[in-house]
Structures are given as structure tokens and as C-alpha cells.
Write a protein that binds this ligand. Structure first.
Ligand code: PEP
Ligand code: MN
Length: 262
């Protein structure tokens, strides 16, 4: 399918990396605002927080729901950062749009299911909003492309993809193995499609966040998405991979961003 993408964030100059940071989950209003104030004015383009959390097993924290969208609204008002959250069904899309979420993302467990992707695509018909599409949990290149096509066919042209690694049963230092070649192939097939590395979900641990993000930048990725929490060890989801705002800013300082190509 022939697709022509528009820039993901209108005000963002080309050749500048897209920087996304924020907690895995919105937990409390205080936690959301504290994290946001720790990141505001520091070159973060998009503040992320999961409101509806697709947990692998039941019984884990499944997100605060719609209430959290009001907290993200406050983040926008108080910091000027744009905000993004994960949507997986029609109701999520409607609620997110109603609360003026700036950018939506599809999670790995949504991209893997064409029924769910189509449901989100149908809910987005006639809406002009940027959408980020994570890779499916399994390394299925065509399934990833299929999700991009479904969203594009709904009329969404501001699309980006997020590489968050692929699940793997066995010994590995990663939580989700990167299989970089899939991202390289996608970049080759769709040169205008921004690709962002979610180093947090690839790593699943704090100590290798930097080399993984740097590897992505060295491969000409267009941005980085990282989970940031004021008290990572006590986070309600993904505690082992989150870092504090100051640790995050330190990490960002160490990254060597590629120079503009033109
Ligand atoms: C997340 O971003 O917190 C998340 C649930 O990610 P993924 O869909 O990549 O597992
Ligand atoms: Mn997470």
C-alpha cells in the first residue's frame, strides 16, 4: 500500500529527535504532576502515561482509567508539554479525544490483534490526531505493517512507530529482544515514517537503558521513549525499568544524537 505520511509533530523541526518520557502508568495525580514538573522545560516533546494498562496477568494494577485523563490535562496546562496515552478500544479513543490528549499510541498487545487495531481505526475515522504504533509482541513484520495500514486507511497520516522489542521465552539480558533488523527493514520500506525506540520495554531494567537508546540513535532512529517515575522502586507497574526524572535527564545528556543529515 502506498502511504504518504505527514510530520508527526507539526512544530518539531525535521532532523530533531522526538523525545517522549513519563511514567509507565498514571498512578495518582500527585505522581503524574511531580514527574511532569521534573521533566518540563528539559526538551521533552511528549509526556507519556498509561491510563488503561494491558497487564499480562490478571490481578496486577490495570490503570486508573478516565480519571487519569484529567491529570494529563493538568500536565498540559501547567507545563506546556503535549501528552500521550495508550488506547486499545473505541471507548478509550472517545475518552482520550474528549480530554484533549494530543497523541495516541497503540500498545504491543493491540498491534498484535487486527480486530483491535481495526476497532481503534474505525473510532479514529475523520479525526486528525497523531498515532504511534508499537510493534506487535511477536516479531511479525507484516502484522506491524498491517496495523500501520489500518490506521492510515482510517485517514490518519501523522503516524510514527515505536520499537519496543519482541517477547522471547528463554535466557536473554533483555525483557523484550530488540531484533533490530525488523526496525531497519521498516525504516527502509517507509523512509518517511518516524521510528522511536522504547528503550524501557526493550531493557526491562535500568542498567542497560543508555546503550540500547544509543544503539537506536546510531541506527538513525527518530526518537526515544523512556519510562520515568519519581519513585521507581515503588512504581505500580514496570518498577525495574523506570528511572527518576534526574536520572533520566542525566541519561539524555549522555546520548549522542546524530547530526542533521542535510
Ligand atoms: C507501556 O508503554 O507501558 C506498555 C504497556 O508497553 P507495551 O505495549 O510496549 O508492552
Ligand atoms: Mn510500561
Amino acid at each position: 500500500m502506498d502511504m504518504k505520511f505527514q510530520p508527526l509533530l507539526q512544530e518539531k523541526p525535521e532532523n530533531k529527535p522526538i523525545i517522549i518520557a513519563g511514567p509507565c502508568s498514571a498512578e495518582t495525580e500527585q505522581q503524574v504532576l511531580q514527574t511532569a514538573h521534573g521533566l518540563a522545560g528539559k526538551g521533552v516533546d511528549l509526556y507519556r502515561a498509561g491510563i488503561w494498562k494491558p497487564r499480562t496477568r490478571p490481578g496486577a494494577f490495570e490503570g486508573v482509567g478516565t480519571e487519569g485523563l484529567k491529570w494529563l490535562r493538568r500536565v498540559k496546562e501547567e507545563t506546556g508539554m503535549k501528552v500521550t496515552t495508550e488506547v486499545a478500544n473505541t471507548q478509550h479513543v472517545f475518552e482520550a479525544l474528549k480530554h484533549q490528549i494530543d497523541v495516541l499510541w497503540l500498545g504491543a498487545r493491540t498491534t498484535v490483534n487486527p480486530f483491535s487495531v481495526q476497532e481503534v481505526a474505525d473510532a479514529l475515522k475523520g479525526v486528525d490526531i497523531p498515532v504511534l504504533i508499537k510493534n506487535p509482541i511477536n516479531p511479525d513484520y507484516k502484522l506491524w505493517v498491517g496495523a500501520i495500514e489500518r490506521i492510515y486507511k482510517a485517514g490518519i497520516t501523522k503516524i510514527g512507530v515505536i520499537h519496543r522489542g519482541f517477547s522471547y521465552h528463554g535466557e536473554t539480558k533483555y525483557r523484550n529482544v530488540p531484533r533490530w533488523q525488523l526496525a531497519i527493514d521498516l525504516k527502509r520500506e517507509f523512509p518517511d515514517l518516524p521510528i522511536i525506540c522504547d528503550n524501557s520495554h526493550i531493557c526491562g531494567r535500568r542498567d542497560i537503558l543508555l546503550p540500547v537508546a544509543q544503539k537506536a540513535l546510531d541506527l538513525n532512529f527518530d526518537g526515544i521513549m523512556t519510562e520515568v517515575h519519581p519513585d521507581p522502586d515503588n512504581a505500580w507497574s514496570d518498577a525495574a525499568q523506570q528511572i527518576t526524572p534526574s536520572q533520566y535527564l542525566e541519561l539524555k545528556e549522555k546520548l549522542v544524537f546524530r547530526l542533521p543529515t542535510t
